[in-house]
Write a protein of this length. Sequence first.
Lengths: 131, 131, 410, 410
Amino acid sequence: MADAQGPYSPKVMEHFLNPKNMGEIPDASGIGEVGNPSCGDVMRLYLKINENEIIEDAKFMTFGCGAAIASSSMVTEMIKGKTIEEALKVTNETVAEALGGLPPSKIHCSVLAQQAIEAAIKDYREKKAKK
Amino acid sequence: MADAQGPYSPKVMEHFLNPKNMGEIPDASGIGEVGNPSCGDVMRLYLKINENEIIEDAKFMTFGCGAAIASSSMVTEMIKGKTIEEALKVTNETVAEALGGLPPSKIHCSVLAQQAIEAAIKDYREKKAKK
Amino acid sequence: MKQIFMDYANATPCDSRVLEAMLPYFIEKFGNPSSHIITKGNEALSALDNSRKIVADFIGAKFEEIIFTSGATEANNLALKGYAFANQHRGKHIITTEIEHFSITSPLRTLERLFGFEVTYLPVDSFGFVSPDELKKSLRNETILVSIQLANNEIGTVQDLKELISVVKENSSAVFHSDATAGCGFIDINVSELNIDLLTLSPTSLYGPKGVGALFVKNGLVLQPLIEGGFQEGGLRSGTENLPAIVGFAKACELGKIEMSDRCNYLKPLRNRLWEGIEKNIDFVHFTGHPEKRLPNNVSFWIEFAEGESLLLMLNYMGVMASSGSACSSNLRGKSEDDLVASPVLTAIGVPKDICTGSLTFSLGMSNTIEEIDYVLQIFPGIVNRLWQMSPFYLDKIKGHTPKLTKVDK
Amino acid sequence: MKQIFMDYANATPCDSRVLEAMLPYFIEKFGNPSSHIITKGNEALSALDNSRKIVADFIGAKFEEIIFTSGATEANNLALKGYAFANQHRGKHIITTEIEHFSITSPLRTLERLFGFEVTYLPVDSFGFVSPDELKKSLRNETILVSIQLANNEIGTVQDLKELISVVKENSSAVFHSDATAGCGFIDINVSELNIDLLTLSPTSLYGPKGVGALFVKNGLVLQPLIEGGFQEGGLRSGTENLPAIVGFAKACELGKIEMSDRCNYLKPLRNRLWEGIEKNIDFVHFTGHPEKRLPNNVSFWIEFAEGESLLLMLNYMGVMASSGSACSSNLRGKSEDDLVASPVLTAIGVPKDICTGSLTFSLGMSNTIEEIDYVLQIFPGIVNRLWQMSPFYLDKIKGHTPKLTKVDK
Ligand SMILES: Cc1ncc(COP(=O)(O)O)c(C=O)c1O
Ligand SMILES: Cc1ncc(COP(=O)(O)O)c(C=O)c1O
């Protein structure tokens, strides 16, 4: 059923219209880029991770729909200040929930957010291993 | 297309609401009864024919729809005063035309009228032959 | 002359409250529910959702179980062809009755003629009831669907659906559809109590608008859509939604739910007065349908020696509008005599086939009054008598018989 | 905030004169045309006949060649499935294009999947034109039907139907159907000049009501009805007629006929102003459809590095309503991601498939003004830029590239 606000919850609209942590981190510790081949959405997540494996900063660049942008914004907010172990526990459900729910056809956007964390942390670990 | 008056022309309605020559002729020279098995209409035509084979009087009894009753009324008017040869020239088209037209699905009612004339004249001729 | 409308089974005006609810959706709230990313579309989708909820509540269904269509005819076609096409691998036998509306029997004939289905048309008794025993006997392994109406719009008989459905459920895996078009304004329907699978709803008997209807499709049933395109109505019925009509339908359900018993209580005494008046004053009348288990607004009968269309024309001339199931009064817009089709309902309940019956149905509505009933009772005997006086059958019959007619006009 | 509606391709308000024409048919003139023996029914039939005549005149058809349906989607389904089912003995091959509306392609997919038909989907060039040569080559002995739209609602391109029809007529015995939904408010149609067999009409682009459409069926063609029952519409489409909507449709045709050129003359300069403004002020824009042979109210394009749904949401937030063919903006009511379907039109005209395109369509209507166009031109560059600033693709691309953007909000 439609919300009075449109297809999206007020929270989604808030994050879509005023996304948090949008942009690059030039010296990121890890970068994850994930995409949805069926609709072309791409989410790029930059993480700044300190020596205690705490995520000091997170930023995103996203090409995609309202839900994808809002999920990106939300996920950066959710993982900032967390350890990478904690961050890896953020699931698509918790992202969607934090956004006040997503339409069924847009659940994949929150999945993308979860995958972006995983990819960025994987990248961080690989980079670290190489050092 | 519908007439402003309903499915029937004003002439049909006139003859339906105030049929001419309705009733029996007890000493009819010929009686024709024809019917339409598909819808049950029955038209009974009574003719009073004089020695010059002129139809002096015509009456009808009809069970049927508005078109059947109007056709009955119209046909009695059309054949009164005519010779039987002239009456036999009355066709369903002339009856329908005199009524200002009939809906396509009701053309069979004017056919019934034509058949009733034929049947009544046949009956008259058979009765005469028997005498 | 005063116009007295007693053909509510075939046409109802919109309740003014229904029209009022619809009005904003023509000009102001004209959005397309599918474009609900934008404000106008979202406003439209909210109204659509809200309407669906109200119609679902009306019959105790779930929100997503209501599929809006363009009317009862489409809903019936979707139920029958849609279910048959999608489930033919399970069997190709369908059961219905001899007294269904053409919007049931015509699609079934097409399924038989073009798509290899077999259909059993159950006979009914003289009241129009389907026998649970006959129904049980006709069920086969290949029976996938049973369709039996809730109420008959012509003779008024209301089936005992609950019993018929349990016969089907206990003895087969067939699904049950009912055309509730003629009944849903008068009879409280609860789909879960009935345990029914498919149900056709129409706003007609609820003073709702034309151009809309609904099919209840129980969750989990698979149907092949008839009208495909833009994925509306869960993909079961595409095409931009007729939102003003849907909103009006919902309003009609909302009002109908509240006022149903009041409406029945108003209509029943009127109907009884008409029935009793005709019974008392006119000879050779045969009432049709069950006297108790019938629609509260329906008086139906046939009269010997008088043809239905003629009765209608004369009544109409006197300002009274009713309907008839006679062949002669059917489908006058047809291209030829072959297009005239007598109502099969009368034949099914045993009205002699060989005479073109003088069947009449008076279906009352909330605008009718006692005065109107009395006016009909005053003029009707004269009309009947006038036709009798023209009828060769009557002439033959009454030699020696004094008819009961008490009043004769002119 | 002012609401600026520029999605007239998907929803139009009723013209107030159309609504006015409809109003008497809800309550006062509520009769059923099939009951035309009685006064109320006859009044309804007269209105129905009169409406049919007006709609027939609108496209130069004969009275009896107009079949009213519940909308364009139903008319398209009736044309395709109805003709296919009734004529399959002559062959089971159908030709259409890659840029048809879902109400054409969905029923055709069903004919392929369930009923053994074969369908050729003709490609189009980068403007969206069907090639007469390709059409000719695709005709076979078994081809019974060709369906090609008049105009595309998304990219605005108007086909040269006359040429395409003569290719079909000269080289085959197939009949020709066209979905004129998106064009009939702007393009004068004459079915006998076109020599067309089946044509779908919709009141949408004519400021007519929802819930009604029409199929022109040339005299002599045989169709299997989809919705069967009470023999309405010459047996081709049963169900009590939606008379208020039909009367409104006719009124919309009547007004459309008179005002069509004025409307086009009003809309074209607005459209050009919007087009030119976007062209001048925004980089990475690719206009779609043919620049000349297009609907007078349509501006369509796609923008690199910005996704359609996001564009729509931001525009809507700023009070401007448009539409997009992007997958992400489609069918948001679907049950899962799989229900999101990108418009096949963009792929057909060669828009790269691997990026989720930022397609947008502005479709203008008679309520739009120069001021509204200018407001859109004022806010749109900023919106685009905002999305670009979020896009990783844009980031990668612009290293070293200075975009043409002239204005940026905040
Ligand atoms: C029992 C029944 N079913 C279906 C219908 C068809 O309704 P509609 O013509 O509104 O589609 C009718 C119409 O009178 C009816 O009486
Ligand atoms: C070209 C075209 N054909 C058909 C349709 C279907 O129209 P409706 O949804 O009114 O049935 C549309 C709707 O946008 C269309 O644009």
